[in-house]
Structure formats: C-alpha cells, structure tokens
Write a protein that binds this ligand. Structure first.
Ligand SMILES: [Mn+2]
Length: 321
C-alpha cells in the first residue's frame, strides 16, 4: 500500500520561508510565537518576537520568567486562519520570526539590564531594521528596551497600558519593576511631554508630567475616546508601546504578579489597541504574564492576543496592500 503523504509539522523548525503558514494542530507541535520560524537569522525579517524570561525585579508575586513560554503556548491557537479583526493572514505579507529568549544569568542582577539592552540593540540595528516585539518577563525589561530604542530613534513617546505608573523612587543600580519609568525619565530616553499611561489604578510619588488616564476614567471614556487622547498626546511622534497585562482587571488577567481590581476588560483593551493602528509605533512589549497564577490560560490568551494585535497594527501601517 502506498503511504499517504502527510503535510509537515513543527512550522517553528520546518518553515521553508518566513511567510509559511503553519499546518500544525493547535494542540501539538513545537511552540514558537504563532508558529513563526525559530531563527536568529535577521535577514529579510520585518518583525522579531523575543522572550525576556525575567522575574527577579518584581515587588510581589514572582513567576513572569514563565511568561514567554505561556504566551507562546496560548498563541498557537491563532495561526492557521486569517487573524481577527485584521481579516488577513498577517504573515503572508510580513516576515515575522521567533528569536527565542534572551539569555542572562538569573543570579547576576547587575548584568541583566545591559545584556537585554545590547541584545535588543543588535536586533533592531540589523540591516533589515526589524520591529521588535518583546514578551516579558516583569516590567523592568521595558527600561533596557527603551534605552535600545532611544539610542536608535531618540527619546520616544511612551504609550503605557498598566495598573501602575512605575514611577516610584529609584535607587542607583536597582533592578526594580516599579521604578524603571523614573529612571527612563531622568535619563531622558522618554519624551515626557508626549507620553501617556492608560488604566492606572495606583498612585506613585511622582508622575513627571506624563499624562494619565486612570482606570475608572477608562470605563467612562470608552476605547475610542481613549485612543483620541493618545493620538493627541503623542502628536505624530515615534512611539514605544508597552502593555503590562495588569492593565486588565484581575478577572481578565489573574495570572500576573501585582494585580489591581477595577481594570480594563480584555475587550476594552483590544478595542483601544485596534484604534491605535495609526500610531508610529517603533517597538513594543507585552509584560507581566505569570502563568503560575493563571486559570484556564486566561492571562496567557489575553497576552498573546495583545501581542498579535501589535503585529496586526504593524501590518496595517506598513504592509496592507
Ligand atoms: Mn503594572
């Protein structure tokens, strides 16, 4: 009997081009973000997905070192079909790879920021000049990522979805997920006058002039008005977008280190992101997914969907034909 020819599996390793669609069943196969090819070759790459498995900067519950793995696993439900709400297979036109995770020694805190910054710089300054989408890790990772982007683009307008301002008092050499925006402001890598935080439900000692849309306001304003405020604030500047999953209410993102009640629903956050498809976003991250505190993958699914929307918005801005 002639053997039937089955389509190949494990697109993460077997993809022949960076535009191949995975045929892998959602429940099996090698996990890369949305089954993109696992490679460190940046030739012809439009966007890079990269994991940052850090959780030693967290102030409450650790566990975000498993975030990249959780987000990758949840993302595997999203590849074979056209991606909603973009109505298209994003990867037909846009070459996206999974670059794996950043390697650093967890025991040497002092070296971690520089390692992340240098690796991020290497990626974004490659000849193909890829867009970098980083998956945390706790929110400290945004500081070295901002540094790498500011070095290339100049001070960036920060659009931060978060329950926390992350502008608590900083101490030299600290690796802390609640003080890194203070440091970024003091080092001038954020353009404060064009920066905005969305969904905030805590009070830090300073805001450094960053505009804030508090959590309760978000519910009153709705996604469209929030987006209008973001466009008005960023004023066409180059934007770095950071999405702390705790911007969502714990009902929609229980798997995170510092949950705060009263947050956005996943639908509100996704609708807001959808409206932001005209921002000149030059890099982004999704952070603070902590699978050990998750239930039924709620948080990992939300995180991977936010990451997909970031890629979808990039596709609409640069590749939609
Ligand atoms: Mn937060």
């Amino acid at each position: 009997m002639k053997r039937e020819k089955y389509p190949g599996m494990d697109n993460a390793f077997t993809a022949k081009t960076l535009n191949d669609q995975a045929k892998d069943p959602t429940y099996a196969g090698a996990l890369s973000f949305m089954r993109r090819k696992y490679t460190m070759d940046l030739t012809g790459v439009d966007a890079v997905v990269w994991g940052l498995p850090l959780d030693t900067a967290t102030s409450n519950r650790p566990g975000t070192r498993f975030g990249p793995r959780g987000v990758r696993e949840a993302s595997c439900g999203m590849d074979n079909d056209p991606q909603y709400p973009f109505g298209s297979r994003l990867f037909d036109d846009m070459a996206v790879i999974d670059h794996g995770d950043c390697y650093f020694y967890y025991g040497n805190q002092a070296r971690i920021p520089l390692i992340i910054e240098e690796c991020a710089s290497t990626i974004i300054n490659a000849e193909s000049s890829p867009y970098l989408l980083s998956i945390g890790g706790d929110h400290f990772v945004t500081y070295p990522l901002l540094k790498a982007h500011a070095e290339k683009y100049g001070p960036v307008a920060l659009v931060q979805f978060d329950a926390h301002q992350d502008t608590w008092d900083d101490e030299e050499g600290a690796v802390d997920h609640g003080t890194m925006i203070t440091r970024a402001v003091k080092e001038g890598i954020i353009d404060v006058d064009h920066s905005i935080q969305i969904g905030i439900r805590t009070h830090a000692p300073q805001d450094y002039g960053i505009e804030i849309i508090y959590g309760l306001e978000c519910h009153e304003l709705g996604p469209k008005v929030i987006a209008e405020r973001v466009y008005a604030r960023t004023g066409g500047k180059k934007v770095y977008q950071t999405f702390d999953i705790d911007c969502l209410d714990p009902a929609y993102a229980p798997g995170t280190g510092t949950p705060v009640s009263g947050g956005l629903t996943s639908a509100q956050a996704l609708a807001t992101l959808r409206h932001l498809n005209k921002l000149d976003v030059i890099g982004s991250d999704v952070v603070e997914v902590s699978p050990s505190y998750d239930h039924a993958d709620i948080t990992s699914i939300a995180g991977s969907t936010v990451a997909m929307y970031m890629l979808g918005n990039l596709w609409e801005r640069r590749f939609r034909t």
